[in-house]
Design a protein around this ligand. Structure first.
Ligand SMILES: C[S@@+](CC[C@H](N)C(=O)[O-])C[C@H]1O[C@@H](n2cnc3c(N)ncnc32)[C@H](O)[C@@H]1O
Length: 201
């Protein structure tokens, strides 16, 4: 992803899909989510995945009994994911829309939200909207389980996330249950991801 001070537009993201230039795509579910599931730290329930891309987390969790709603505004992401789920007969909902525009039918609905390279994809000015949208969608006591990208670099996307950024943005609406560098990240993300578990107050 090349540097762009104020973040990417929809057209910028779509271009990446058109050109099959998906540097962020691990080609598999991020290993820390597998570990969270196998350790029963995340359990099946209504689950929201914003900025889902080609949806490796969507597929993994839906196949393991989670009731997943996936959201992405790029047709390249949504079309790819829809054809995968149709081909494999996986049950989940795929919404082609701007995550910040989800309507009130999503309020207080979700037990779990999975964050995977979406917070770093939006411009830092959108972070307060991210927090309010996520807080709105989760039930009280609902959980955000996420990997937040500590690039250590200026600009983006991906935009850097520090420990302080997480505390600053989430402490008012969430209890911080866990915040440390993930131990089993994919090779290209080693020591660069915060594994974060938040519970909505
Ligand atoms: C860096 S990619 C990550 C995709 C996926 N989570 C993954 O890790 O493979 C960011 C995704 O967020 C989507 N996106 C960015 N802004 C969005 C918004 N406001 N609403 C919905 N999707 C958005 C892009 O289309 C892109 O698919």
């Amino acid at each position: 992803m090349s540097e762009k001070k104020n973040g990417y537009s929809l057209e910028d993201w779509q271009r990446h899909y058109d050109e099959d230039d998906l540097g962020w795509d691990l080609g598999q579910v991020a290993p820390p989510f597998v570990k969270l599931f196998e350790s029963k730290l995340i359990v099946p329930g209504k689950t929201l995945i914003p900025g889902c891309g080609r949806g490796h987390e969507v597929i993994y969790l839906a196949e393991n009994g989670f009731e997943v709603t996936a959201v992405d505004f790029s047709s390249g992401a949504v079309n790819h994911l829809k054809s995968t789920v149709e081909g494999r007969n996986i049950k989940c909902e795929v919404l082609h829309m701007n995550f910040f525009g989800i309507d009130s039918t999503h309020d207080g609905v979700y037990d779990l939200l999975i964050e995977q390279t979406f917070f770093c994809a939006i411009s830092p000015e959108q972070r307060p909207s991210y927090v309010s949208t996520v807080a709105r969608a989760l039930k009280q006591g609902g959980m955000l389980a996420g990997l937040f990208y500590h690039t250590g670099e200026e600009g983006g996307p991906p935009f850097n996330t520090t420990r302080e950024d997480i505390l600053k943005h989430f402490s008012d609406s969430f209890e911080i249950k866990h915040l440390s560098k993930s131990k089993n990240s994919a090779e290209q993300r080693k020591n660069k991801e915060w594994l974060v578990i938040l519970v909505k107050k």
